[in-house]
Design a protein around this ligand. Structure first.
Ligand code: SF4
Length: 225
């Protein structure tokens, strides 16, 4: 994994999620469930043009929230989920998500998972990008790429893939690993028509070694997120 991350670092530009407010990060991650980036971002922009705090979302009507996030898809369920989460964060933590995130990672994760509609991926994204906890969130690209690379078994579920990736990733580089494997998945290791031949880490991959040349120069940074 270390060699793969070093290689990918020479190919992709590092990026971080732009949202600093952990509550809004959680809102954005819920909105991103089962939809594409463009629509979920549009829904997020629309919602946060009116509401930015747990108190505001908890007090808004479902109809109002739904109307604002409609473009993101599954808007009825997501409106309900966001309202329930906001109510809980407001009532239990006084609207301050840092009361959860400043706890040790395992405890913070348990509390995040107890929020309605918050699954492991959402919890790990908030832990990583909202508080800098050294965890490896597994999104759909990471899931696929890690199996093709042989870090996980085809039958593995979320928790197994996460555990196996965290075990092989040097401490302090798990968020970076998440970001780089997503970019690899978007640009080369696509679900359909993966580009094994051009893949910058094909020499490390059981699928890709037959496409790799004798030695690959470090590729230049070529892709934006
Ligand atoms: S060689 Fe192919 S399967 Fe392996 S990581 Fe690259 S694109 Fe994915």
């Amino acid at each position: 994994m270390e060699a793969i991350l070093n290689q990918l670092n020479g190919v992709f530009k590092p990026w971080r999620l732009r949202e600093k407010d952990p509550f809004l990060l959680l809102v954005g991650t819920v909105l991103s469930q089962n939809t594409n980036d463009r629509n979920s971002f549009a829904a997020f922009k629309s919602l946060t043009s009116r509401f930015t705090t747990p108190e505001q979302i908890a007090s808004a009507s479902l109809r109002e929230i739904g109307k604002l996030i409609k473009i993101g898809g599954l808007y009825r369920e997501k409106a309900k989920r966001l309202k329930e989460i906001s109510k809980l964060v407001w009532k239990k933590y006084g609207g301050n998500m840092n009361l959860i995130l400043q706890k040790p990672a395992v405890e913070a994760r348990r509390e995040l998972l107890s929020l309605p509609g918050v699954g492991p991926k959402t919890a790990d994204v908030v832990l990583a990008f909202g508080a800098g906890h050294d965890v490896f969130p597994v999104d759909t690209h990471v899931f696929r790429v890690s199996k093709r690379l042989g870090f996980a078994e085809p039958k593995d579920g979320y928790e197994e893939v996460k555990r196996k990736l965290e075990r092989v990733t040097p401490p302090g580089r798990r968020i970076e690993g998440h970001v780089l494997l997503i970019q690899l998945g978007r640009n080369y290791c696509r679900s359909r028509n993966p580009n094994h031949k051009e893949c910058p880490i094909n020499r490390f991959c059981p699928v890709g070694t037959r496409y790799a040349g004798p030695s690959l120069p470090l590729r230049r940074r070529a892709h934006q997120p």
